[in-house]
Design a protein around this ligand. Structure first.
Ligand code: THU
Length: 141
């Protein structure tokens, strides 16, 4: 774990900084996400849209991509923030992406203009997650 005194407001700050980099000309809905891994590494990301709308992706996805490319994980805590709403929640697809690299008690901080509005867990956001493909990754086929 990051040490148990990990300051979640740091993730809020990183998520805010990431949100400032959002490329969201179509939705005008900038989002930022930041996460810390169990070994204390921090990654962040913004949403990146595309004129071919389905080709855009979410802030959480960018942060997870940074983590994977750096060999990091699993996720201990993740914060997500949107400029225009309080306590934005990860979309369904991102819940599944987070779950892939999380533990059931991974904390999810839902943030807005007032800071961290609510802290929940990935298990609460995605009950009965799909995880039935077979062997765990890395255990061979
Ligand atoms: N968005 C995110 O980045 N994360 C979420 O969890 C919810 C939605 C983005 C996708 C799109 O660029 C914009 O918000 C509007 O849906």
């Amino acid at each position: 774990m990051p040490n148990t005194e990990y300051d979640a407001t740091r993730l809020l700050q990183l998520a805010r900084q990431a949100m400032a980099k959002a490329y969201a000309p179509y939705s005008q809905f900038p989002v930022g996400a930041a996460l810390v891994t169990v070994d204390g590494r921090e990654y962040s990301g913004c949403n990146i849209e595309n004129v071919a709308y389905p080709e855009g992706w979410c802030a959480e996805t960018t942060a997870i991509a940074h983590m994977v490319m750096d060999g990091g994980g699993p996720i201990a805590e993740l914060a997500v923030i949107a400029e225009k709403v309080d306590a934005v929640t990860p979309c369904g697809g991102c819940r599944q992406r987070i779950a892939e690299f999380a533990r059931p008690d991974t904390k999810i901080h839902l943030c807005g203009g007032d800071g961290i509005v609510e802290t929940t867990t990935i298990a609460a956001l995605l009950p009965k997650a799909f995880e039935h493909l077979g062997d765990e990754p890395g255990e061979g086929s």
